[in-house]
Design a protein around this ligand. Structure first.
Ligand SMILES: *Cc1c(COP(=O)(O)O)cnc(C)c1O
Length: 360
């Protein structure tokens, strides 16, 4: 079977060129007689792979040396605990902005470790908008302010970087990192699971500003203590070597494409095309405030929810996979991360037109 268009929210589609490269390297990486999977994480080959991945990522995002880069296990949800354990220090409160499913998961986990102050919330609109900066009310002296840059399930995305003054800004960028440029200097910490936009599951990226290190609480698990991991440079415990290698191939490809500014142009074009089809007649509906619509995750509803299964099944039979919405949201969701080409969006739009003709 030929490769289908995979609209899965995560683990998500990877660039075909990257998968082919992995396949070619699998048994014998660069004539060394072994697979990357079989290499010591302390050997020069893997250290070379990891150093190049880090270099390329620094170049892509523009990350200065005083930000440290970690590739950890435990997923983005693990970070919901590791962030308070590492950053609270002697403070008792952290601020959270609540915009939907994933930011709620983050703040619920943080409540195990500190007082959580909700600085702003999208609840008034049923989480269909991003609360404007002017509505945010920070607490007196929070350890940090956390938000989710793209709510993967509802498809709500920040179009701006919040300004929190001197308070460190922490962002969950799991589902939109590397899809658009951002200024890392505005952040204290950014984290992202790889499996949406830059690799397979099993590795989580943490970019942390140096001055925030050294404050981990005693009960923070040592393998998730950022300071310990930074000090040991890949070698405190075994890092997820194979996912790091694949992420490195994705970074290399993004640089070859012209970097994040170029990738963003493609993402804008893909999202515009899909939302234009959704808005064309009123048969399909997206509930998110237009300015806050996600470029990565595009949920929409059919006139009748009984059609959801029909839509997903017919799409699947035409090679358009994983379009069913998340169980908490229902409807349909198309995830169109970096690795989804315009041709995939075109195929989906053509299917949507045809479906509307037959069921509209
Ligand atoms: C997928 C996702 C998560 C959860 O990631 P895990 O790696 O499964 O822990 C958290 N936040 C966002 C925004 C996500 O898209």
């Amino acid at each position: 079977m030929a490769r289908a268009w995979n609209f899965c929210p995560g683990p998500a589609t990877l660039p075909e060129e990257v998968l082919s490269r992995v396949q070619a390297d699998l048994l014998d990486w660069q004539g060394k007689g072994l697979s990357v999977m079989e290499m010591s994480h302390r050997g020069e080959e893997f250290l070379g792979i990891a150093a190049k991945a880090e270099r390329d990522l620094r170049q892509l995002i523009g990350i200065p040396e005083h930000y440290k880069i970690l590739f950890l296990q435990g997923g983005a949800m693990g970070q919901n605990a590791f962030i308070p354990l590492n950053l609270l220090g002697d403070r008792a409160t952290a601020d959270y902005v609540s915009t939907g499913h994933w930011s709620t998961k983050s703040l619920e986990e943080a409540r195990k470790y500190c007082n959580v102050h909700i600085a702003a919330s999208g609840e008034s609109s049923g989480f269909t908008h991003v609360p404007a900066q002017s509505e945010w009310q920070l607490s007196q002296d929070p350890a940090y302010v956390h938000y989710c840059a793209n709510e993967t399930i509802s498809g709500v995305e920040f179009s701006f970087t919040p300004d929190t003054g001197k308070v460190p800004l922490v962002a969950d960028m799991s589902s939109n990192i590397l899809s658009r440029p951002f200024d890392i200097n505005r952040f204290g910490l950014v984290y992202a699971g790889a499996q949406k936009n830059f690799g397979p599951s099993g590795v989580t990226l943490v970019i942390v500003r140096e001055d925030l290190l050294g404050k981990a609480r005693r009960e923070c698990p040592t393998v998730f203590n950022y300071t310990v991991q930074v000090e040991h440079e890949w070698a405190f415990n075994t890092p997820p070597t194979f996912p790091i290698y694949i992420a490195g191939l994705v970074f290399e490809r993004l640089l070859a494409l012209g970097g994040i500014a170029e990738v963003e142009k493609r993402n804008i074009a893909k999202a515009q095309k899909l939302y234009a089809e959704i808005d064309r007649t009123g048969f399909y509906k997206n509930k998110i405030r237009v300015a806050d619509r996600s470029r990565m995750n595009v949920p929409f509803y059919l006139p009748n929810e009984k059609l959801d299964d029909t839509f997903a099944a017919e799409a699947k039979s035409q090679g358009l996979l994983n379009l069913k919405g998340h169980k908490v949201a229902g409807g349909i969701r198309a995830s169109i991360y970096n690795a989804m080409p315009m041709a995939g969006v075109d195929a989906l739009v053509a299917f949507m037109r045809d479906f509307e003709k037959r069921y509209g």
